[in-house]
Design a protein around this ligand. Structure first.
Ligand code: GLU
Length: 474
C-alpha cells in the first residue's frame, strides 16, 4: 500500500468538504462553521540528530485543530507520507472523533517525516526524545494542554521515551505520566490500550448489527456470523479487528490486503496465523492455503459483505469507487475514502460507517489512561475485593434460602470482581454503543442527513458549536 494520488483534493480539503455537508444540513452560520473548521495552530520543527557520526536533520509537525476542550489529543505518526496537510487533516478528524464519543478533549495530531525501518533502536530513541523535547519546549506537549498517543509507526516504546523525556524536563509536575497515552502498563499505561482501536471497530460493527433498519438499508441480512469480510492492513488496528471478528463473531475474513499484495480465501483466513507469518517473513507472500495476488488495491474490489480499510488514507478514490462491490464499508483507518469517492459511493447506496466514529476506540481508552494517570490509581483497585465479598454473601444467601448449591460456573461469574481490563472493555463498549445510537438517531430523524458520515459530523458539530456558543468566541 502506498499513498494514493488519485485525488485532486488535499486530505484536509476532503475532510472539510465532508464537514460542509453537515453544516449545510444544520443550517449553521457560515462564520461558526469557519471557526470550527480552522486549524488553530501548527508548529513545524527541524532538528538535528547525530546518527553514526553524521548529522541528519529531521522535520516534524504538531497541529492543534481545536482547544475548546483541553488537553488537545491525538497520535504522533512516524512515516514517510507525513506532511503538514496530512497532520492538519488528522488533527481535525480528532476534534470530531472526540466529540462523537464524548471524550472531553480538543483535536491534535503530530507527524515526523521518517522511515523508522532505516534506524536501529538506539537511534530511534535519540530521534524520538529530541522530537519530544522540541514539542515540550514549544508548548505542544504536556498533561494539561497537549497529549500525544501512538499512531502509524509508533507504539508503546516511543510513548515511554516521550513520557520519560517530559518527566526529566518537568519533575515538579506531579501529573507527568499524563503527558502521553499508549504507554507500557509498567510505565503508567492502561490494560487494553493496544487493542483498543481494533476492539472499538468490532464494538461498532456489533452495534450496527443490533439495528435491523440499518442492516436492511445496507442491503445485508442476518447477523455478523458468517459475513464475508475484507480487511486492508494487518497493522495494530486491522489485526485486532480482524482477529476478534474471526474468533469471537465467527465472521469470515476472506481477504487480507497488505503493502505487498493480498491473500484471498473464500472459506476464511486464520488471522493469527497470517500475522505470525508476517512477523516471521516480513511479507504475506508464501502463506499456505490462500491465493496470493500482488495487486493489493484490486482486492478492495472483490465481492464481500463488509470492507474494512484499516491502513492509509485515500485508498478508495474516484479511480476505484465505482468498482467497489462491498455493501458496507467500515472505516477503521483515518480518511480511507476521499470526498469524491464518498460522493460516488453515496450515489450507489453503499453504507459507510465513518472513521471519526469507527476508530474512536483508541482515543476513548487513551482518555481512560489519562484519567488513571491523573488519579494515580489503577481502575478496580479499591472495589474489586469488596465486589467479590458481596458476590460471596449473595451466594450464601441464595443457598441458605433455597437449600440448593449454586453451580460452580455461576458462582465464579457472580463472585468475580471486575479488574482494570474488564472495566476498560466495558467503558469502551458502552462508549461505542452510545455513539452509534446518536448517529443512527440523527440519520433517521433529520431528513437532510442521508448517510452515517454526515450524521457523525452533525453529532460532533452540534456538541462543539454548543461549547463555542456557551463560552463565546474570543
Ligand atoms: N492515533 C489514534 C487516533 O488516530 C489515537 C489517538 C489518541 O489516543 O489520542 O485516533
Amino acid at each position: 500500500m502506498s499513498k494514493n494520488t488519485n485525488t485532486s483534493l488535499s486530505f484536509s480539503a476532503s475532510v472539510n468538504l465532508m464537514a460542509d455537508r453537515a453544516f449545510l444540513a444544520m443550517d449553521m452560520d457560515p462564520s461558526i462553521a469557519a471557526v470550527i473548521k480552522a486549524c488553530n495552530s501548527i508548529i513545524e520543527v527541524n532538528f538535528p540528530v547525530n546518527i553514526k557520526g553524521k548529522v541528519e536533520v529531521f522535520t516534524g509537525w504538531r497541529a492543534v485543530h481545536s482547544n475548546h476542550r483541553l488537553p488537545a489529543k491525538g497520535g504522533i505518526r512516524f512515516a514517510t507520507i507525513v506532511d503538514q496537510d496530512e497532520v492538519e487533516a488528522l488533527a481535525s478528524l480528532m476534534t470530531y472523533k472526540c466529540a462523537i464519543v464524548d471524550v472531553p478533549f480538543g483535536g491534535s495530531k503530530g507527524g515526523l517525516l521518517i522511515d523508522p525501518s532505516k534506524y536501529d533502536r538506539d537511534e530511534m530513541e535519540l530521534i524520538t526524545r529530541r522530537f519530544a523535547r522540541e514539542l515540550i519546549r514549544k508548548g505542544f506537549l504536556s498533561p494539561a494542554e497537549n497529549v500525544p498517543a501512538p499512531d502509524m509507526g509508533t507504539g508503546q516504546r516511543e510513548m515511554a521515551w516521550i513520557a520519560d523525556t517530559y518527566k526529566l524536563l518537568h519533575p515538579e509536575d506531579i501529573n507527568h505520566n499524563g503527558c502521553v497515552t499508549g504507554k507500557p502498563v509498567a510505565h503508567g499505561g492502561i490494560r487494553g490500550r493496544t487493542e483498543a482501536t481494533g476492539r472499538g471497530v468490532v464494538y461498532a460493527i456489533r452495534e450496527f448489527f443490533r439495528h435491523p433498519e440499518d442492516i436492511k438499508a445496507a442491503g445485508l441480512v442476518g447477523g455478523l456470523g458468517g459475513k464475508k469480510i475484507i480487511v486492508q492492513g494487518l497493522g495494530n488496528v486491522g489485526y485486532y479487528a480482524a482477529k476478534l471478528l474471526e474468533e469471537e463473531d465467527e465472521a469470515k475474513i476472506i481477504a487480507i490486503i497488505e503493502r505487498d499484495g493480498a491473500l484471498i480465501n473464500d472459506d476464511g483466513l486464520p488471522v493469527e496465523e497470517v500475522r505470525q507469518h508476517i512477523n516471521e517473513h516480513k511479507t504475506i507472500k508464501g502463506f499456505k492455503n490462500a491465493t496470493f495476488t500482488d495487486n493489493g488495491l484490486k482486492a478492495l474490489e472483490l465481492s464481500c459483505d463488509i470492507l474494512i480499510p484499516a491502513a492509509l488514507e485515500a485508498q478508495i478514490t474516484v479511480e476505484n469507487a465505482a468498482r467497489i462491490q462491498a455493501k458496507f464499508i467500515v472505516e477503521a483507518a483515518n480518511g480511507p475514502v476521499t470526498y469524491e469517492a464518498d460522493e460516488i459511493l453515496r450515489e450507489r447506496g453503499v453504507s459507510i460507517l465513518p472513521d471519526a466514529y469507527v476508530n474512536a476506540g483508541g482515543v476513548t481508552v487513551s482518555y481512560f489512561e489519562w484519567i488513571r494517570n491523573l488519579s494515580h490509581i489503577r481502575f478496580g483497585r479499591m472495589e474489586r475485593r469488596f465486589d467479590e465479598m458481596r458476590g460471596q454473601h449473595l451466594i450464601s444467601a441464595m443457598e441458605s434460602l433455597t437449600n440448593e448449591t449454586v453451580p460452580e460456573w455461576m458462582r465464579d461469574e457472580i463472585v468475580r470482581g471486575a479488574d482494570e481490563l474488564d472495566l476498560v472493555r466495558s467503558g469502551l463498549d458502552d462508549t461505542m454503543r452510545n455513539a452509534y445510537r446518536e448517529l443512527s438517531e440523527t440519520l433517521h430523524a433529520n431528513e437532510k442527513v442521508k448517510d452515517f458520515r454526515t450524521a457523525a459530523y452533525v453529532v460532533a458539530i452540534d456538541k462543539i458549536s454548543r461549547t463555542y456558543f456557551d463560552i463565546g468566541v474570543y
